[in-house]
Design a protein around this ligand. Structure first.
Ligand code: NDP
Ligand code: PMR
Length: 400
């Protein structure tokens, strides 16, 4: 039954269009023969005050482990046998659901990590951590709304005030708005998907690299979650609308939809494309970080495609039929499906596995769940584009 239903997900006429030629747009008014729903829920919730109170209570819970604690496995990768006696301290953005939550859980459960869950909805994050059974002493929730650069700066201030070290930063949060007809914007007026997924994380990681650099942890890492759908060297990346940053004219114009396009390439707004473009920016940013900072700091920069986690909140804005059929389609047809728990273990591996210290890598997993270094598409590995995205982004977030 599920198989039959999912088979209908693949339109009979589906074909991979040639570069530059318009294909079947899944954003067009129908999907699998049904009208696309137009409802768009703005899901912002300000919980700064609650966060502050809870944060102050919880900071006290962050304690260095005693010498009696078993040495974390990660120490085996330490250069010159350097050892640490404390827990690793990892910030994960968007840890209130899906991949971020599963990763936070996987790391917190080891007892070797203290997870700072950087979330826009404090109560949701607290409930999620509790229901996932995360040990209370192994996590702290701090408010972060990536759709506001002020909030990003505030988060960095709060984090520094907490006195916690920063050993690993995971840029995981994202929004996906495939049914939106019109663009929506961040506090600073950037189109919401690129503004949140790329520009918010760009500012966050540019500011926190200083903190990562100060860490004495044996393996310091900055991880930016990418995706297959931003890579046009794959079947999934060829499902229209395809990622394409073009000559970056929209990004250079500020993505505000007024005197410039809301899309990076300067084209008409398309929510699904904006998400895929933002993932290309994520993967380019990781590589540019690697080129600029790896040698000097020893920090490992990595990106990954964790598999298709078809059940997460990422698809909350999609039509109900899509949400119903997407998981069986990925499970039985593409076989790209991975559960939230398993995806969380994969990202936790990139955070802490001593064998994944190579920098500049885009990790993926094969059907036996073994990690491998994957190839990025031409655009997602374009050195010149990465430099330009970096420089324009610096201007947009007020760093240049
Ligand atoms: P979810 O929607 O479950 O998680 C996204 C998280 O981002 C949520 O915690 C959400 O918070 C948070 N978030 C959204 N906007 C903001 C914001 N403005 N400020 C702070 N946090 C925000 O989706 P996934 O777990 O699937 O996605 C996680 C990552 O995995 C993303 O980077 C996505 O691109 C990537 N990915 C997902 C795949 C999949 O198949 N699901 C495949 C490949 C990559 P809230 O809970 O408050 O909404
Ligand atoms: Mg895809 C091996 C084939 C494969 C894989 C691994 C994915 C992953 N998808 C594949 C194929 C196809 N998808 C095919 C043939 C189709 C046409 C029917 C198809 C359709 C499709 C849609 C409409 N797929 C989607 C959507 C979405 O809205 C999701 C998306 O693009 O979100 C940005 C999506 C995804 N497919 C994936 C993955 C991982 C996603 C989602 C998430 C992401 O990149 O973050």
């Amino acid at each position: 039954m599920a198989l039959q239903a999912s088979a209908s997900l693949v339109p009979a006429s589906f074909s991979i269009p040639k570069e530059g030629k318009p294909g079947v747009s899944l954003k067009d008014s129908t999907l699998f023969g049904l009208p696309l729903s137009e409802n768009l829920r703005a899901e912002f919730s300000s919980s700064a005050l609650r966060c502050k109170r809870e944060f102050q209570q919880q900071v006290g819970a962050v304690r260095a482990q005693t010498a009696a604690t078993t040495t974390p496995a990660v120490n085996r990768a330490a250069p010159e046998g350097k050892k640490t006696l404390r827990k690793g301290s990892v910030v994960i953005t968007g840890a209130s659901s899906g991949l971020g939550l599963a990763t936070a859980k996987a790391l917190a459960e080891t007892g070797k990590w203290h997870v700072i869950m950087a979330c826009r909805d404090f109560l949701k994050a607290e409930r999620a951590a509790k229901s996932a059974g995360m040990p209370k002493e192994n996590y702290t929730i701090m408010h972060l709304d990536l759709a506001s650069l002020d909030s990003v700066r505030q988060f960095v201030d709060n984090f520094r005030r907490s006195g916690m070290p920063l050993d690993v930063l995971v840029c995981n949060a994202a929004v996906y708005l495939p049914t939106a007809k019109e663009p929506t914007f961040t506090a600073e007026g950037f189109e919401l998907s690129v503004g949140t997924n790329h520009l918010g994380h760009f500012l966050l990681s540019r500011l926190l690299i200083e903190d990562l650099n100060k860490s004495d942890y044996p393996s310091k890492r900055l991880i930016i979650v990418g995706s297959i759908t931003g890579n046009t060297n794959t079947l999934a990346g060829n499902v229209p609308p395809k990622a394409n940053l073009g000559d970056l004219r929209g990004l250079a114009g500020g993505l505000n939809g007024l005197n410039s396009s809301s899309m990076i390439d300067g084209g008409d707004f398309d929510g699904a494309k904006a998400y895929k473009d933002s993932k290309v920016c994520n993967m380019l940013t990781m590589q540019e970080f690697h080129r600029r900072f790896h040698e000097e700091t020893g920090i490992t920069f990595a990106s990954l495609y964790p598999g298709c986690i078809a059940t997460t909140g990422l698809f909350r804005e999609h039509i109900p039929l899509f949400r119903l059929l997407f998981p069986p389609f990925q499970k039985y047809i593409t076989k790209g499906y991975v559960s939230e728990d398993d995806a969380g273990k994969r990202l936790a591996q990139v955070v802490s596995d001593p064998s994944l210290t190579k920098s500049g890598v885009y990790w993926s997993w094969n059907k036996d769940s073994a990690s491998f270094e994957n190839q990025l598409s031409q655009e997602a590995s374009d050195v010149e584009k990465a430099r330009k995205v970096w420089e324009i982004s610096e201007k947009l977030v007020g760093l240049a």
